[in-house]
Ligand binder design. Structure first.
Ligand SMILES: [Mg+2]
Length: 271
């Protein structure tokens, strides 16, 4: 990656983290930890990888993103705003009554760039595979990207979906697992161990690749090693709360909003 590109992505991810903190603090509720941990993956997707057009969100040949873990909507909304889908000022209306930026992505609240409602854990990969299967039937070669949580993989429906993608020989589906090793009420290893992940996905017929999901060069290397002939899954090792050392890997920050004092302190760390 060119150093200028790397610096641009790093600067953008910092700005998105700032907006995530501000928007969740202003809302008084929301999911901070996972949103911060996924900021680098989202920046890479929206600024380097996905084919999309913010001035024409429904353009026919766009790639599609399904956010199966809809509760980390703040990182999606901040990414869409920075990519140019809507005014960044809108981010301060997160979770407000009547706002288009609801706590989970909605198709009816008017957010441009959203492909599906999501948030009921375990369902997103099935939705994405339905999209990929429809495109295969129509001879459309766009990419369908689905972001899942690691705790979410405890849902049986995910593995039924994984099995069907290989069965239908889908080449255009890319699952990204936010592997931060924590979930709402503890460590994934304690709640229901999901490891070892790579051989599990490979056993289901997927090409599985691992990266440091908070390092742009590692992310780029991962995306350049996709297998064009079978379904792909990227196991992105991330830190919940990335960027704020005092909350990193702390599952108590899964769904907690910073108060005004915490918000100011966090922003001072990042700027
Ligand atoms: Mg997790």
């Amino acid at each position: 990656m060119e150093i200028t590109d790397l610096k641009y992505l790093q600067a953008t991810s910092k700005n998105i983290r700032i907006d995530i903190i501000k928007s969740i603090s202003a809302a008084g509720s929301g999911h901070l930890g996972g949103s911060l941990g996924l900021a680098d993956i989202f920046i890479f997707l929206y600024f380097r990888f996905l084919v999309h057009n913010p001035s024409n969100p429904n353009c026919a040949m766009r790639d599609k993103l399904v956010l199966s873990i809809g509760h980390v909507a703040p990182v999606l909304y901040a990414s869409l705003a920075h990519a140019g889908y809507f005014d960044k000022q809108e981010l301060k209306n997160l979770r407000k009554t009547g706002s288009m930026l609801q706590g989970h992505p909605s198709l009816t609240s008017g957010v441009p760039g959203i492909e599906t409602a999501s948030g009921s854990l375990g369902q997103g990969l099935s939705i994405a595979i339905g999209m990929a299967l429809a495109d295969k039937c129509d001879n459309i070669s766009r990419k369908i990207v689905c972001i899942c949580g690691d705790g979410e993989l405890q849902e049986g429906q995910v593995w039924e979906a994984a099995m069907s993608a290989a069965h239908h020989k889908l080449k255009n589906i890319i699952a990204i697992i936010d592997k931060n090793n924590v979930q709402i009420d503890g460590k994934t290893a304690d709640v229901m161990n999901i490891d070892p992940l790579k051989p599990k996905w490979e056993a289901f017929g997927w090409n599985a690749i691992e990266c440091n999901g908070n390092d742009f060069e590692s992310i780029e290397s991962c995306f350049s090693n996709l297998n064009p002939n079978i379904p792909n899954v990227i196991i992105a090792n991330t830190k919940m709360g990335k960027g704020l050392a005092e909350i990193e890997n702390n599952y108590h920050w899964h769904g907690k909003a910073p108060n005004t004092e915490e918000c100011n302190r966090f922003l001072n760390i990042l700027v």
